[in-house]
Design a protein around this ligand. Structure first.
Ligand SMILES: [Ca+2]
Ligand SMILES: [Ca+2]
Ligand SMILES: [Ca+2]
Length: 260
């Protein structure tokens, strides 16, 4: 099974040197960091996910329908009142994070209530910290639909996301391919002292400090875009949670720069 945090190894550090001689602004491509990804293909509930059932029957894993792979999470159309929560791990949100997931519904005409809720406090619904993020109406019968929710209002906060099902012999609600991702802005390197022709064909070396604030041990792959040749001292860096490391970035200033 995919480790919950494996996707975070895809963090890309994009670096655009903006040296003084460059006649145009350096491009600043964004990279995407995946903060959470869950396909419900492994054990259930997945590691660090929680199920809370205040009445009736809990969420379960199923092979009846899947958006990706062969499994999804769903709440059945059980006879008797069900009030059931499926709660994500706590995640730290950077700015401009977005939640994506896919949902599918059977017996939509019997729909009673589906909600996506968010807590900036406790992950246990009994503590009363969850608020409504989406009042999700009945979907299209037997059809996978993607839901996209802007989480930028919660930038910098630690949150839990919950899928809340309520119904008595109501519909079946399937959830698959949950992810939370965010753009990370490009990092622009500006040299302190580079003037005139003196720096032609010289290498300019920068020190980058990387800090792992993802909450999990991970390996970070480094990549860059640059108008001039650029190399990292390390192609990737393993960092335990909360640890930091320094990486060297060497930019080779070509001959043709600074002809004035
Ligand atoms: Ca799946
Ligand atoms: Ca059923
Ligand atoms: Ca149906």
């Amino acid at each position: 099974m995919l480790n919950l945090f494996v996707v975070m190894s895809m963090l890309l550090m994009t670096i655009s040197p903006a040296l003084a001689a460059s006649p145009q602004a350096a491009p600043e491509p964004n990279a995407v960091i995946n903060i959470l990804e869950q396909d419900f293909e492994g054990s259930f509930p997945p590691a660090d996910w929680s199920l809370y059932t205040t009445a009736g029957v809990a969420w379960v894993q199923t092979t009846l329908r899947a958006h990706g792979g062969t499994h999804s999470a769903y709440h059945n159309d059980d006879i008797g009142q069900s009030n059931a929560w499926m709660v994500s791990p706590q995640v730290s949100l950077p700015s401009d994070a977005t939640l994506y997931f896919w949902e599918n519904e059977n017996y939509a005409s019997y729909y009673e209530l589906h909600e996506v809720r968010l807590s900036t406090g406790s992950g246990d619904p009994a503590d009363g910290d969850f608020t409504e993020l989406l009042y999700d109406g009945a979907g299209v019968e037997d059809t996978w639909q993607e839901v996209t929710l802007d989480l930028s209002a919660y930038a910098g906060q630690d949150v839990y996301i919950a899928w809340y099902y309520e119904g008595n012999f109501a519909d079946e609600w399937y959830i698959d391919d949950v992810s939370i991702s965010a753009d990370i802005p490009a990092l622009v390197l500006t040299p302190e002292n580079q003037t005139g022709v003196a720096c032609q064909a010289f290498d300019s070396v920068y020190s980058l400090t990387l800090f792992n604030d993802t909450g999990a041990d991970d390996t970070f792959a480094l990549s860059a875009t640059s108008d001039w040749p650029l190399a990292f001292s390390n192609a990737s860096v393993f960092l335990t949670a909360g640890d930091s490391a320094t990486v060297g970035v060497t930019v080779s200033v070509p001959h043709y720069a600074y002809t004035g």
